[in-house]
Structure formats: C-alpha cells, structure tokens
Design a protein around this ligand. Structure first.
Ligand SMILES: Nc1nc2c(c(=O)[nH]1)N[C@H]1C(S)=C(S)[C@@H](COP(=O)(O)O)O[C@H]1N2
Ligand SMILES: [Mo]
Length: 496
C-alpha cells in the first residue's frame, strides 16, 4: 500500500506539471462514470447529490488500496504475481487515460510513472521483508529498515500529491484568463424582472439562484480547462456551409440577456437540481442560420470539449425561444464548473439534452443517425421539462404554531408558463395559491398560500400546478428514468 501511495502520488504531481489529463485516479474514475449504468448513476446522485464526484474519487482510491494490499501479499508469497498485478493495474490506468476525449499518448506518462514507482518500491519492500526473520522483534534492524522505507514511500506519495494540487499549471492559466475577462455589456437587455416576481419569504429559494449555489451535474471528474484564446465552436454535419467561430468573434456579436430556469432530468419531485439564472449569450438560431441546415436534418448533437454530447431538436434551436450560446451567468463569466468559456442554455429542455457546457461543436444531424451520451445509457433522446412544483416553506417535518402559516415554493412549466398553483392539506380541497409576477414563461415562478393551521397534530401539505395551456400536473408518481419524474410534492408538518 505504501508503494502504491508513492506511485499514485508521484503520478498526481507529474500530471499537474506535465499532463493535466493524465491523473490515473481521475482517468479511472471518468471511465467508471462512462461505464456506469443509469440506475447506478441515479443511486449515487440520490445518495450524495453534488458530492457524487468526491465519493467516486474516494471509491477509486479505496479500490487502488485494496489492489495494492493484494499485490503486496501475492508478491511476498508468490513472486512475481504482485508485480504482475501492479502492471495490470497500470495498464488499466493507461487505457483509462487514452480512452478520454482529447488525450494523446504522452498523457499516459503519469500512469506509467505510477506503475514503475509502485513496482520498484514493492520489490524493495518485499526484499527487505524477506530478510526479516519471522517473529522478529519490532526493534530488529531489518524490520526497522522495512518500516522506514514503507513510511518514506507513503510520505513521498502524500507530499507529491499535495504538491501536484498546488502547482497544477493548466488550472492556473485558465483561472487567470477567466479572472482577467470582463463580460461585455448586453446589446439586447433581458425582459426586466418585475418587482413583484420575488416574494420576501424566509426559506423560499431566491428568484435568481446565486452562481455559488447553482446545482452542478456533469460527467466531468476534472473540470475541463479551456483557454478561451484557442476555443472555437464549429457547426458541422448537415449544413450548406460549415461555420467556425472563436471566442473574441463571439463576444463581438450583439449579445442578448435572458433569464432562464435550468433543471436536470434527475431532479426528483421536490428536489433541488434546479436553478434560475440571468444568462448572457448569442442566439444559436442566428449561428445556425449562417450555416443553413439541410432539409431532412432534425437534431443538433452538441459536443463538449471532453466528448460529452446532447441531442437537441433542431426545431427548438431555430424557433424564436432564447436558446443561446451563453458566456455570462448572473453578470459574471461562466464559472468553470458551469461551462466556461461557453455553454448552451435552452429553455424548456432538461439539461442532458440541451445544456452542453464547455461546448465546442454543433453537429447538425438526425435523431435516427446519432445518439447522445445519456441516450445510449437508458434515457430518452428528447427531454422536454415536465410541469412541476415544489414546496420550500415550511420545511419537511417542521413544527408550526397553530394559526396562519405561510406555505410557499416555486412552480415551473418552461416555455409554456404557469397559470395557477394550488395547495392541499391532507385530503382536503385544493386552495388557490397567490402567484408572484412572472419574469417569462421560461422561468420558475414563486407562489405562496396562507394556511390556517389547525388542528394540532401531523398534516400533509401537497402542491400542484397548472400550466398556461391548462394542463394540470399529474399525481401519478414516476421515477426520473427515462425522461423525468412526475407526481406531486408533499411534505409532512406538525401543528403544535
Ligand atoms: N459537457 C457537459 N455538459 C453538460 C453535462 C455534462 O455532463 N457534460 N451535463 C448536463 C446536465 S445532465 C445538466 S442537468 C446540466 C447542468 O448544468 P449545471 O451544472 O450548470 O447546473 O448540464 C448539462 N451539460
Ligand atoms: Mo441533468
């Protein structure tokens, strides 16, 4: 285990200095993400939410420790099987690195280094262990030498890994470029946010979600670090003319501001994988118009720098909704984890079929000719956001005093809009909530209702929304797979 720690730590340092995509642990983790079935991904998100990535890295590291322990025992009992195991693990790491998008042979250097350092130290340690007589006292010289080497190897690994984190060169360059970049002003300001759009109710989700609180979902174990100076977006495939645009050219176009709610297909009823932001960007329909899609095309497969893809109906990107290539989020350059330098934002579609972060290509194609990342893993090819509502206040299991109690939350039916929201107590009648003003049909809408809370005891509060087209939210409970959850959000509360 000390030998593995020394090897993997050295690899982290080498990755930071030489090959940012070369971390063996992160590459194996990324491979696990790509191979994981939809149910497992769901389970991990349900259990750990946005901490899913930390959990994965810990699992891969624990896996490495287990393999290392096995290699140690085997090398002691039946050499060279331990070294063979190290070589197999190293080959797996090399394969994982090379299976990533945009990696070159050179990126496998840290994994090879990890293998060599681990194998050499393993050999040294086992040799010393063999010299130690069975049952030797802890103070025997050979035993002490073995422990000193093992300790030094482990310490070297930890120090190297920590050093790697500190000096991660690629990371710093992108962060500095983002820090220098000031967002251009909007040529077309967004619809003003009405004063009555935000209710002043403690505990209610803010109308605009601050960037730092915005949910994050993606397959990128390592946030792609893109140098905006080299970033380009290509429009390819079934078009009359391929178009390529760089970052400076994009910023020089008349950018438009729009407030749009973004939500994840994995958002369970009542869940928090949803946020609302004011985005700055350029309409995708105008870029597509330059490329002139061929008749017969019905889908745009957008691709990120790290090879993730989304399938968006061409129609949605060419109609008059605010489908944009976004560069700004709530007045700031896109945060790195939300897609810097450029991402897509498309009102009315779940993120997995529309909201490509770190976007570099729009491939105009057909649904019967190409499939996106999640479509090949059990999710539907198209994913319109479902009408839904959530109770934020009171909290689940809250104790409230008898008398008037404010019940409040948000409701959304993107690109259609919300007509009404109703609240039910236990199995009673539906009561109309008061709606806050709408920003647009593309954003969530806050609502509130005052509940004359009585009698004392446990009660269930339930919410349902009706969209602007008259569709009433269904009470049928369906899981998030394959195209988004349905059912009504309810919470238990106790009246004192
Ligand atoms: N490159 C890339 N873009 C991506 C994803 C991804 O895994 N990779 N995930 C998508 C999904 S499933 C969602 S819900 C949204 C989430 O965007 P956010 O993390 O900014 O909230 O991003 C989308 N864009
Ligand atoms: Mo998602």
């Amino acid at each position: 285990m000390a030998a593995a720690l020394a090897g993997l730590g050295t690899a982290e340092l080498a990755a930071a200095v030489l090959a940012p995509a070369g971390s063996p642990i992160l590459a194996v983790g990324a491979l696990v993400i790509d191979l994981a079935p939809a149910w497992l991904k769901e389970l991990v998100i349900t259990l750990f939410g946005t901490a899913d990535k930390v959990v994965l890295v810990i699992c891969v590291a624990l896996g490495a420790v287990v393999v290392a322990a096995a290699a140690g025992v085997l090398e002691y009992r039946r050499p060279p099987i331990g070294r063979v195991l190290v070589a197999v693990a190293g080959a797996l790491a090399v394969f994982a690195v090379l299976s990533r998008e945009n990696t070159a042979t050179f990126d496998a250097t840290p994994a090879v280094l990890a293998m060599v350092v681990s194998a050499v130290l393993l050999t040294v340690l086992i040799t010393q262990l063999r010299r130690t007589p069975v049952g030797a006292a802890a103070s025997a010289p050979d035993r002490r030498r073995f422990l000193a080497w093992a300790g030094a190897g482990a310490a070297l690994g930890v120090l190297a890994a920590a050093g790697g984190q500190l000096i991660s060169a690629g990371v710093r360059a992108t962060d500095a470029a983002r820090a220098r970049f000031t967002l251009p002003a909007a040529a077309v300001p967004g619809a003003p946010i009405p004063a009555g759009a935000e209710l002043d109710i403690p505990g209610l989700a803010p109308l605009i979600t601050p960037n730092t609180e915005f949910y994050r979902i993606d397959t990128a174990l390592q946030v792609p670090r893109i140098d905006p100076a080299t970033w380009t977006l290509k429009i390819t495939g079934m078009v009359e003319e391929e178009v390529e645009i760089g970052f400076a050219e994009l910023l020089a176009l008349p950018l438009e501001e729009s407030t749009t709610t973004l939500t994840c297909v994995s958002n369970a009823v009542g869940g928090d994988l949803i946020g609302n932001a004011t985005w700055l960007g350029y309409p995708i329909r105008l870029l597509l118009a330059q490329a002139r899609p061929l008749s017969g095309a019905d889908m745009v497969l957008s691709r990120s720098e790290d090879g993730w893809t989304a399938s968006t109906p061409l129609e949605v990107l060419t109609d008059d909704r605010n489908a944009i290539l976004a560069v700004g989020m709530n007045g700031e350059p896109l945060p790195l984890e939300h897609g810097y330098p450029v991402r897509m934002v498309v009102p009315g579609l779940y993120g997995y079929v529309s909201a490509t972060k770190w976007v570099v290509e729009l491939n105009v194609t057909r649904f019967d000719q190409a499939a996106a990342y999640w479509t090949t893993r059990g999710w539907t090819a198209q994913g319109p956001v479902k009408l839904s509502a959530r109770i934020d206040v009171p909290r689940r299991n809250a104790d409230v005093a008898a008398g008037p109690v404010t019940v409040a939350g948000v409701a959304w039916s993107q690109h259609v809009g919300i007509r009404s929201v109703q609240v039910q107590v236990d199995d009673g009648a539906w009561n109309d909530a008061t709606l806050a003003d709408a920003i647009s049909a593309d954003t969530w809408r806050q609502w509130s209702w005052v509940w004359p809370a009585a009698p004392a005891g446990r009660h269930t509060l339930r919410v349902r929304a009706t969209d602007a087209a008259g569709l009433v939210q269904t009470s049928v409970r369906r899981d998030v797979i394959p195209d988004g959850a349905t059912g009504l959000h309810d919470i238990p509360v106790t009246v004192a």
